[in-house]
Design a protein around this ligand. Structure first.
Ligand code: NAD
Ligand code: WQD
Length: 339
């Protein structure tokens, strides 16, 4: 069994990816500092897969601890690096924390991979690197734009660090540029656990339907889109998780054409905020209280992926519908509230 290190593996996307990795026959080892996750996630993963992943509580900002960890686990064959902070607004308030937590951690992980001959790494990038693109859908060759936040900048800098490292070291990397992940594992054993008031649309919707939030604010209906609300590419988190397994296998099987590659991971379909609300109401039978408010600063009008590179080169395609994703998010919300 090949041993795969999953940093940030107790987080939202990491935990779903651990499930997909275990289902595909990999041994996983998770490191996480629990800054945005809980130990309960381990139980959820074990209930789905019947395997409890190895876990070490580790803060990747502390280099000496990272060095010590890799000394003890030099038999790792691949790394999926999720660990990072991800709140766009918070990154504007605390830029140095974001640069430390998102950049230092990547550098330390890469240094130890190089030191121990671990040659394969998958990195969590984001469609945020594209800003508001000039043409839609967005292909990987679209120019990246000046980041609108320190968070976005950390993703651009991280990709550059990977390019420069792969150019000179025995290292192969794939950046997956995620669009908007939503939903939960169908078992509702794991899902998204936002701390405090959710900033993202789908957790806000489910918390409103659950009565925790009074009503959803739709941020603007005067955008240049068919119904005036912003358009995004919402991808089921399990589809995204499976993309990691496929990308990892490309590296483990030496099938990559370049030492550094990047892929859009979305559905290829754009949905407006009003369409998401409608799909949620239809799929769950719940009525959602919402009202339109001013635009949210920093929001771009429309973003959705051209996924043909991932479809052709990785042989991966999002299979699940948005309705399915919303239903799983709702099931998860109810489970969390009732437990
Ligand atoms: P998450 O916060 O749920 O997961 C990140 C995990 O990393 C958490 O469990 C957290 O405790 C851990 N972590 C953070 N700093 C750490 C450190 N210094 N040492 C060890 N562990 C640490 O976030 P997520 O939504 O699962 O995102 C995973 C990755 O995907 C992140 O890199 C994020 O930037 C990226 N991403 C997320 C989205 C999204 O919409 N969720 C979109 C694009 C990219
Ligand atoms: C989606 C749409 C909002 C909340 C963010 C990050 C991005 C990436 C994914 C990490 C927008 C609207 C939202 C609400 C609303 N993360 N909305 N009412 O902004 O596309 O992307 O998460 O890399 O970097 O910026 O996602 O879920 O916040 O918003 O009307 O209460 O929903 O205006 O159009 P976003 P989101």
């Amino acid at each position: 069994m090949k041993k795969i290190l999953v940093t940030g593996g107790l987080g939202y996307i990491g935990s779903h990816t651990v499930v997909a990795l275990q289902k595909a026959g990999y041994e996983t080892i998770i490191v996480d500092n629990l800054s945005n996750s809980s130990l309960n996630v381990l139980g959820g993963i074990a209930r789905i897969t019947n395997v409890s992943p190895t876990f070490e509580r580790l803060d990747l900002r502390y280099k000496a601890e990272v060095v010590d960890f890799f000394k003890r686990h030099s038999d790792i064959e691949g790394v999926i690096h999720f660990a990072a902070s991800k709140a766009v607004g918070e990154s504007v308030e605390k830029p140095l924390y974001y640069y430390e937590n998102n950049i230092h951690t990547l550098v330390y992980v890469l240094q130890e991979c190089v030191a121990h001959g671990i040659e394969n790494i998958i990195f969590s990038s984001s469609c945020t690197v594209y800003g508001q693109p000039e043409t839609l859908p967005i292909t990987e060759t679209a120019p990246t734009q000046a980041a609108a936040s320190p968070y976005g900048n950390t993703k651009q800098i991280s990709e550059e660090i990977l390019i420069d490292t792969c150019a000179v070291e025995n290292m192969n990397a794939i950046s997956l540029r995620y669009f908007n992940p939503i939903g939960a594992h169908k078992s509702a054993e794991i899902g998204e656990l936002p701390i405090g008031v959710p900033q993202n649309l789908v957790p806000y919707i489910t918390q409103t339907a659950a009565g925790i939030r009074e009503k959803l604010s739709v941020f603007g209906d005067d955008y240049d889109t068919p119904d005036g609300s912003c358009i995004r590419d919402y991808i089921h988190v399990m589809d995204l998780a499976e993309a990691h397994v496929v990308a990892l296998e490309r590296l483990l099987d030496n099938k990559n054409e370049e030492k550094y590659e990047m892929f859009n991971v979305g559905t290829g379909r754009g949905s407006s905020v009003f369409e998401v609300i409608e799909a949620f109401e239809k799929g769950t039978g719940e009525n959602l209280d919402y009202s339109v408010v001013d635009r949210r600063p920093g929001d771009v009008t429309a973003v959705y992926a051209d996924t043909s590179k991932a479809n052709k080169v990785l042989g991966w395609k999002a299979r699940r519908t948005m309705e399915e994703a919303l239903a799983s998010a709702w099931k998860w919300e109810q489970k969390v509230r009732n437990s």
